[in-house]
Write a protein that binds this ligand. Structure first.
Ligand SMILES: Nc1ncnc2c1ncn2[C@@H]1O[C@H](COP(=O)(O)OP(=O)(O)OP(=O)(O)O)[C@@H](O)[C@H]1O
Ligand SMILES: [Mg+2]
Length: 292
């Protein structure tokens, strides 16, 4: 009997607060999922942090890449033009010293230039264009991971509306919950205008230090009052909310990003003492897959 192929599942890593670990999480997750799935990763942020980390220029002729970027900017979807993702499977595998190579990873880079990026979709009636684009290519992928921009805008709404599930990274630091509550209010407002419901909300505590009392207090608050706050919102309906295992501060290195490597590849190549982190990231990813 042939196995029925499920249509792709779109996961957005999103929070309007800057610097909470969205890009890091999107990169980790795409890498992990792509070990045995076909994954599309989208850099939907004019800061182009993810695009810089993926370091395309190291792997492609500059001329080829520039002409690809010119004709395949993600912003073209706002003029209802189609674009083709870039197959970066070999790029990702070339960086990796891991035994586990990835299966298939495609990428839509950000064209950068924050000003033109944020100005692109300003006129109304364009909130569903990312969803429309993703629906048009969904059958080709198992997972679509979207790294979001950090400011509430038409583009931000596009990400909220395109996703089947959200991953909401929250730092386990003072005041993080206030920002996270604001985010939930934004989601409630945006989703209130549409007949859409998420499958899951995955809350992902980040920059966690188990030795710090304050971090543990914030983590406890996420598991109690934050979950209660989410449950009280109208957009939730049948949506399941789940708090994932925190990603510890010690797991993420700024020098991994300096050498343009993702967390898993860096640990495998230079920091094998922290291989427990690899198991943790596998566990988090399994949890997400199980709940799709
Ligand atoms: N779990 C973590 N522990 C410690 N540091 C982290 C963690 N996750 C990310 N970082 C670090 O925090 C910084 C910001 O992370 P990242 O770029 O992923 O955030 P972001 O939410 O995408 O930011 P922006 O809102 O600007 O897009 C980076 O230097 C990254 O290395
Ligand atoms: Mg980012």
């Amino acid at each position: 009997m042939t196995k029925l192929k499920l249509s792709g599942f779109a996961i957005a890593v999103i929070n309007q607060k800057g610097g909470v670990g969205k890009t890091t999480t999107a990169q980790i997750l795409a890498r992990e999922l792509a070990k045995d799935n076909k994954v599309l990763l989208i850099d939907f942020d004019g800061q182009a942090t993810l695009t810089e980390l993926i370091d395309l220029y190291e792997h492609y002729e500059k001329e080829d890449l520039d002409s690809y970027l010119e004709s395949n900017s993600i912003l073209k979807i706002f003029n209802r033009e189609s674009i083709s993702p870039l197959d970066i499977t070999h790029t990702a595998n070339a960086k990796s010293k891991r035994n586990v190579q990835i299966n298939e990873l495609h990428f839509i880079p950000s064209p950068g230039n924050i000003l033109s990026f944020t100005a692109e979709a300003v006129s109304g009636g364009k909130d569903l264009l990312l969803k429309k684009y993703i629906n048009s290519i969904k059958h080709e992928y198992d997972y679509i991971v979207i790294d979001s921009l950090p400011s509430v805008s038409t583009l931000f709404k596009n990400v909220l509306l395109a996703a089947d599930s959200l991953i909401i990274p929250i730092q386990t630091k003072t005041n993080a919950i206030a920002g996270a509550n604001e985010f939930i209010k934004v989601v409630d407002e945006v989703m209130g205008d549409y007949d859409l419901e998420y499958k899951n909300l995955f809350i992902l505590p980040t920059v966690y230090n188990s030795q710090r009392r304050n971090d543990n207090d914030v983590l406890a608050e996420i598991k109690t009052s934050y979950l209660d706050f989410i449950a009280s919102r109208e957009f939730v309906g049948q949506t399941k909310t789940l708090v994932l295992e925190p990603i510890p501060e010690r797991a993420v290195y700024s020098n991994a990003q300096d050498v343009r490597m993702n967390v898993q590849d860096y640990i495998e190549s230079f920091d094998r003492g922290k291989r427990d982190v690899l198991l943790l990231l596998e566990k988090i990813t399994k949890n997400i897959k199980k709940n799709r």
